[in-house]
Design a protein around this ligand. Structure first.
Ligand code: NAD
Length: 499
């Protein structure tokens, strides 16, 4: 039986699955109930090509439209998102299982990046550089790249698209989006708003949707018409995509998995730390790239911090993500539940002791318990070196900051990190070149919940890409260095005389 809520939201938002997609059926399943709640069709190869071609036709005009005018379309999109924040947020919850506040928060993130991009549309800028030649001007300018391929993960089914698309659009690019096949209805809802904003500003084709699975993602990786592919997802898939894009010498922005640690030193505010760790480890049922997965706590305070965490975990209400008071919803699929169970079993086999949780809940939907595992030495506990996309927190005791940093940086991922300390010296050491090796490093704030104003992304296996704020926009443009000679002579650089 189909659940009616998702359908009602789509109707309210004026979203209908696009015609012209002849590929496989993509089912939307509510992870809280296991029930189907609608479906759309993937694009087939012909449909994919048609959408890319339409995007490129728009690009011919779009790249010459003044950036602040492109910003008008993004402003309108932001207005529509403000209007539909509640239903779209609810749809995010229905497809991903994240709680209502987080679903709404995700849409707020879209609104925020639209605001940011509108401002940016009046600030895209290059440099003028002192030339060594008389009556010459040396400068850099930034031009649009073309059609940008955006491949997104299930866990941020709308915000990650917006981080990319809002910036790319004001930069003069057109966007071709392949969402996760697990969240088809969210993508259709967002596309409906895009089409409305675009239609009102004569910009049809600026944002297009190419629903599908790995095959469509692969077409994009290989597609020379897409000079940039921005990929968000797991490390294993990101590696494949990166190699395919690189083999055609295309560009990729890679936003991949994390294995994020919180360090808590014995001078920390334990109350603050416990709250941040609980949100970081339990929020979104452990399905954020920035989820706190490892806790590195200084020996003397380990017992006290663990007691606080266990007390906090006891109060976490698990249930339908749209119910009031619920703090943790389900995992996204049954296979995610299986991966949770396998990781808990492996942790036990490797010497970990389950201090809280560890079980799958016996009820419809993909519910598990938030789990705390007290781990043996990090070197002897390989399960903690990888990202299991589930709410499992591994706790390690460390002697001091040196050991904490060595342990934190010992994994192959490098996305987010945090330290809790009241010592300025320890905090600065953590932020220094010999401190955290991650793209995100926070002091007295947890690993998850980034603001859009800063550049977002990680190092090492986390991919090296940056999205969202700061100067991340530069990745969506091509840099052109230009010399203008306004004199009557032709002096050569480096003083070279020729003839
Ligand atoms: P996934 O890697 O399974 O899928 C991501 C996307 O890649 C989906 O759209 C999928 O259809 C597509 N895809 C799958 N196979 C492909 C292929 N061979 N070629 C091209 N595309 C292909 O990831 P997921 O399970 O949807 O998301 C969870 C992962 O994403 C976690 O590892 C998480 O840490 C990561 N993530 C990272 C960030 C970040 O910003 N760093 C943000 C969100 C999620």
């Amino acid at each position: 039986m189909h659940e009616p809520r998702a359908k009602a939201i789509l109707e309210r938002m004026g979203a209908t699955p696009q015609s012209g997609a002849g590929g496989e059926e993509l089912q939307s399943v509510n992870p809280a109930t296991g029930k189907a709640q609608g479906s759309i069709r993937a694009v087939d190869r012909a449909g994919y090509d048609a959408r890319v071609e339409a995007a490129l036709r728009r690009f011919d005009e779009w790249r010459m439209r003044p950036a602040p005018k492109r910003g008008d379309v993004v402003r309108r999109l932001g207005e529509l998102l403000r209007r539909d924040k509640e239903p779209l947020g609810e749809l995010v919850s229905l497809e991903t299982g994240k709680i209502r506040a987080e679903g709404a928060g995700e849409v707020q993130e879209m609104i925020d990046i639209c605001d940011f991009a509108v401002g940016l549309s009046r600030q895209l800028h290059g440099l003028t550089i002192a030339s060594e030649r008389p009556r010459h001007r040396l400068m850099e300018q930034w031009h649009p790249l073309g059609a940008v391929g955006i491949v997104t993960a299930f866990n941020f089914p709308v915000a990650v698209w917006a981080w990319n698309a809002a910036l790319a659009a004001v930069c003069g690019d057109v966007c071709v989006w392949k969402p996760s096949p697990l969240t088809p209805l969210c993508s259709v809802a967002v596309q409906a708003l895009c089409e409305r904003a675009a239609a009102e500003h004569d910009a049809a084709g600026a944002f297009s949707l190419v629903p599908g699975g790995a095959d469509v993602g692969g077409w994009m990786a290989d597609d020379r018409r897409l000079p940039l592919v921005s990929f968000t997802g797991s490390i294993a898939v990101g590696r494949q995509v990166a190699m395919r894009v690189a083999s055609r010498l295309g560009r990729a922005i890679l936003e991949l998995g994390g294995n994020n640690a919180v360090i808590v030193l014995d001078d920390a505010d334990l109350e603050l730390a416990a709250r941040a760790i609980t949100f970081g480890a339990v929020g979104t049922a452990g399905q954020r790239c920035t989820t706190t997965r490892r806790l590195l706590v200084q020996r003397g305070i380990a017992g006290r911090l663990l007691d606080r965490l266990v007390a906090a975990y006891r109060t976490v209400a698990i249930g339908d993500p749209l119910d009031d008071g619920v703090l943790m919803g389900p995992l996204v699929t049954r296979s995610a539940v299986d991966r949770f169970s396998a990781a808990v079993a492996t942790a036990r086999a490797q010497g970990g002791e389950v201090r809280f949780g560890g079980r799958v809940l016996d009820r419809p939907g993909n519910f598990v318990e938030p789990t705390i595992v007290v781990a043996p030495r990090h070197e002897a506990f390989p399960i903690a070196w990888e990202e299991t996309f589930a709410p499992i927190l591994y706790v390690f005791e460390v002697a001091d900051l040196d050991e904490a940093l060595r342990t934190q940086n010992a994994v192959s991922q490098g996305l987010s990190s945090a330290i809790f300390t009241d010592s300025l010296r320890s905090a600065e050491r953590f932020l220094s070149a010999s401190g955290s090796d991650c793209g995100i490093a926070n002091v007295n704030a947890g690993t998850s919940g980034a603001e859009i104003g800063g550049a977002f992304g990680g190092e090492k296996d986390s991919g090296g890409g940056r999205e969202s704020g700061s100067d991340a926009w530069k990745a969506y443009m091509r840099r052109q260095t230009s010399t203008v000679n306004w004199g009557r002579d032709l002096p050569l650089a480096q003083g070279i005389q020729f003839g």
